[in-house]
Design a protein around this ligand. Structure first.
Ligand SMILES: NC(=O)c1ccc[n+]([C@@H]2O[C@H](COP(=O)([O-])OP(=O)(O)OC[C@H]3O[C@@H](n4cnc5c(N)ncnc54)[C@H](OP(=O)(O)O)[C@@H]3O)[C@@H](O)[C@H]2O)c1
Length: 335
């Protein structure tokens, strides 16, 4: 049997319990050995349900467990940086949920601590390692759609529950941090460039004080990207790529199904058809792929899929989008 990285899970967060832990347990290089919760009973219950050997009643106890190599951090957004720093100081590698930080200053701190403790840290953009995104990038780089000039993205769902972490401003809530980060990450990934300017429009919920409808245009050296992220609209997601010869759409770009193949749709100009050709991607669980890619980077001492330097680019764009909405002007992402 191949060597596996021993993972500890920080909290009983929904995304961990429902998706990431079961997916990592299916991995070749990942083994989930412990979970911690602020409430010991919750930790024990989830450990029982998911067959995790050890349950801790505090995050500190998890970090003190010397048998653990790496931590998965799916805490609310405002706790990503402080707890990721505590993990690094305990000598653990960290895969931290998006958005890993709320501003570029926090990212500088993460980079400094990572350098000091010589551990691996990455942002959990599971899309980055999904074969449908790797294939889309390959097709575009090979010139399948001609010269890529324009990207359009849309990501929405409806959730106005004031108790949800996404709707608590001090927790780093709002549409841009929660889902706007995905079209930004994937536009930067596909162009392979950083935007030089952004302009945006934001509608804040008057009671919750978080952004609920955010649109932005990103100016890249090779073209333009625009997207809308919304937390109080019907559920929808798409990413579309427009080239000089064809257009391309990733059908389910972010919440890719784990029980059926994904599709990349191509259209060579027949506007009466949704697509004129399809590239089908073999069924996979993107969270298994993500966990194994991170574990393998540790085992082989390679770069993790989304290192902090990449996160810095994304966070700078988010910062510039918030600023542009305030100033009403183009802003340059800086870091
Ligand atoms: N990559 C993806 O596909 C994806 C999908 C959804 C969410 N996410 C990210 O994952 C993170 C968690 O999202 P989620 O929806 O799973 O959150 P959630 O269910 O609300 O879980 C957050 C967990 O954090 C712990 N926690 C510690 N301090 C807390 C506090 N002050 N308030 C609330 N919870 C606290 C709690 O666990 P204990 O009580 O056990 O300590 C709680 O269960 C977010 O950063 C989100 O952006 C990523």
């Amino acid at each position: 049997m191949s060597k596996k990285i021993k993972w500890g899970i920080l909290s009983t967060a929904n995304i961990g319990v429902k998706k990431v832990i079961p997916a990592m347990q299916k991995g070749i290089y990942s083994e989930v050995v412990a979970i911690a919760s602020r409430n010991h009973e919750n930790a024990k219950r989830v450990a029982g349900e998911l067959n995790i050997p050890t349950a801790y009643g505090s995050y500190k106890d998890l970090l003190a467990d010397e048998s653990i190599d790496a931590i998965y951090n799916p805490l609310p957004n405002h706790l990503h940086v402080p707890l990721t720093i505590e993990c690094m100081e305990a000598g653990k590698h960290v895969l931290c949920e998006k958005p890993i930080a709320l501003n570029t200053e926090e990212l500088q701190r993460l980079i400094a601590v990572r350098e000091q403790h010589k551990v691996k840290v990455g942002e959990a953009f599971m899309v980055h390692t999904h074969p449908q995104w790797i294939t889309a990038k390959q097709l575009i780089n090979q010139g399948e759609i001609g010269d890529l000039k324009s990207i359009h993205g849309f990501f929405s769902y409806f959730n106005n529950d004031a108790k949800n972490i996404r709707n608590i401003a001090e927790y780093g809530g709002g549409a841009l941090f929660d889902i706007g980060c995905y079209p930004i990450h994937t536009s930067r990934f596909i162009f392979g460039e950083e935007p030089t300017g952004v302009i945006s429009l934001i509608d804040y919920d008057p009671d919750l004080k978080v952004d609920r409808l955010t649109s932005a245009i990103l100016k890249f050296p090779s073209g333009q990207a625009s997207f809308t992220a919304a937390t109080q609209l019907q559920r929808y997601q798409t990413m579309q790529f427009f080239g000089t010869k064809k257009s391309m759409e990733i059908e389910v770009p972010f919440n890719a199904p784990d029980d059926q193949p994904c599709r990349i749709l191509l259209n060579d100009g027949d506007i009466m058809k949704p697509y004129t050709a399809v590239t089908t991607i073999e069924t996979c669980d993107q969270y298994t792929v993500q966990g194994d890619a991170f574990s393998l980077a540790i085992l082989e001492d390679n770069e993790v899929p989304v290192p902090l330097e990449d996160s810095m680019g994304n966070t700078a764009v988010i910062e510039a989008i918030f600023k542009s909405a305030r100033t009403g002007q183009w802003e340059r992402p800086t870091f």
